[in-house]
Write a protein that binds this ligand. Sequence first.
Ligand code: CP3
Length: 355
Amino acid sequence: MAESAERKPTATAKRRFLEPFRGEALDVPPIWLMRQAGRYLPEYRATRADAGDFLTLCYTPKLAAEVTLQPIRRYGFDAAILFSDILVVPDALGQTVRFVEGEGPRLDPIRAVGDLGQLDPAKTATKFGLVSETVARLRQDLPAETALIGFCGAPWTVATYMVQGQGSADQAEARLWAYRDPDGFEKLIDVLVETSIDYLDQQVKAGADCLQIFDTWAGSLPDDEFDRWVVSPTRTIREAIRDLHPDVPVIGFPRGAGAAAVWYVSETGVNGIGCDTATPPFVMSEAFDDEDVVVQGNLDPLLLVAGGSHLDERVDEILDLMRGKRFIFNLGHGIVPQTPPENVARLVERVRSKG
Ligand code: CP3
């Protein structure tokens, strides 16, 4: 422990990614992209084929570290994000999770309080240990100037997959359970809150410099529900991490939150706010001015597929808009598999030269 306490101040000083969290507005904003490791890269597809199964890739530290490093080697992003998945948490808790080729995740659904018995936080140690091993390897292998982002899914979003058993357009099963039996549904959320705190704590202890909480389906809930299932669990996680690791910034990504994003920031105390693709420019540049928060976002991942001058123009617009602000350049959602890798290179070059 003494060793890591000594290591931090000197080593992390080199990581420009962390500067906005220390209060600095940089001329050239740090850049990383959600899903920067993934199927758009041929080297990812090769490692993925070696691993066979997607979860095997997530739980094999050598391979998971390798795919995390691939986009750093190519593009020199300011931050690497641990290669894993938000559904590692239900898998580690004991729910059956499979990734079906071409279809996405499939889980044996949990629909009622009676199904919660199959989830056992004590079971998570082995799988979380493998993820921590990946983090530790990465901290060794990454350049000193590259920050390492750990992450988890927000309890609400993870619960939507656990209850639906797969991805869905409306997250109906989780929303219905939450309306019909809020106290029962809260028991599931509570398990996820506690497990996520433990998971993030382990990632930081292993070497993560920053954490992101992905709430992909935050936008499917109306106000009171948003408060109970998105804001409140995120605040609990954020406060626990602050107690354990006061210097580690936490970025929230409440996708689709719209006007509630400002409320989310002030109520959860996150240090960074990931803005989705639909967030209007004036919201990015002004709505968070009264909050002590770094803004991250929000290029459309499909514009990165389209490329060309339209991409360049939009990148310039975002840079102009956020000039003088504490800002991190990112997409408004994850990179899609059909993205030409050369468009990513073009984007990084543009951000670095125009900053
Ligand atoms: O950002 C990164 O590079 C780190 C790795 C990462 C993955 N998933 C790898 C992945 C991260 C941070 C995630 C988060 C994640 N996973 C979210 C939240 C962010 C978002 O995109 O909304 C969600 C909802 C999931 C759940 C999930 N994982 C789905 C719905 C799918 C199937 C859809 C798809 O894109 O294939 C996955 C699979 C997945 N997770 C892949 C990758 C690279 C593709 C799987 C493969 O290689 O076969």
